[in-house]
Design a binder for this molecule. Structure first.
Ligand SMILES: CC(C)(COP(=O)(O)OP(=O)(O)OC[C@H]1O[C@@H](n2cnc3c(N)ncnc32)[C@H](O)[C@@H]1OP(=O)(O)O)[C@@H](O)C(=O)NCCC(=O)NCCS
Length: 147
């Protein structure tokens, strides 16, 4: 059975490890990960004690929830786990909008966001100002308005 809970600081390194496996690159520094979990809005899906999916976000000073990462371990994909995690965050966000930046090549994520009620806002050129690596290139800004 898959159980979704708010992430605890003790989950931080396992979330980081899952992100590293999924992205094949370290996306969160080991020292920053616990702080992120402590002060951000992060949720995990567990199968027993094992973290199989996570969503990490924070409340921006614009009162929008900004989703930084959303990962499901490969063996657990297409079982609605990603969607259930996101719906937990949507519920927690209450009347706040949720935004995220998506790689235009990430069809699965774009379709999933559309299904969850997000709309494309605009294309952001060189969103992170990086020329190389995972975060290089353009992104699509999506927004889910509270209805
Ligand atoms: C994107 C991701 C988080 C989705 O998680 P998931 O648990 O497999 O997704 P769900 O089973 O909840 O599917 C929800 C919807 O997403 C879309 N979707 C998910 N995977 C898809 C795929 N491979 N191809 C097309 N659409 C896909 C579908 O619309 C799906 O709804 P449907 O099953 O009714 O068609 C997962 O594929 C993943 O971890 N990918 C690698 C990391 C990543 O790209 N993260 C997103 C960063 S913005």
């Amino acid at each position: 059975m898959i159980k979704i809970t708010k992430a605890k600081v003790a989950d931080a390194q396992a979330i980081r490890q899952l992100e590293t496996v999924v992205w094949k690159e370290e996306v969160t520094n080991k020292y920053d990960a616990p702080i992120f979990v402590r002060f951000g809005w992060c949720y995990v899906a567990k199968s027993g004690q094992k973290i199989v999916a996570a969503i990490t976000s924070f409340l921006a000073n614009t009162n929008e929830v900004y989703v930084c990462d959303w990962v499901v371990a490969e063996a657990y994909r297409r079982k609605d786990i990603g969607q259930r995690l996101y719906q937990t965050l949507i519920k927690a966000a209450g009347s706040r909008d949720i935004i995220s930046l998506i790689n235009p090549k990430n069809t699965a994520s774009l379709l999933a966001h559309e299904k969850l009620g997000f709309k494309v806002v605009r294309r952001v050129k060189m969103a992170y100002g990086l020329r190389d690596g995972l975060e290089a290139g353009n992104r699509i800004l999506v927004r889910r308005k509270h209805t």
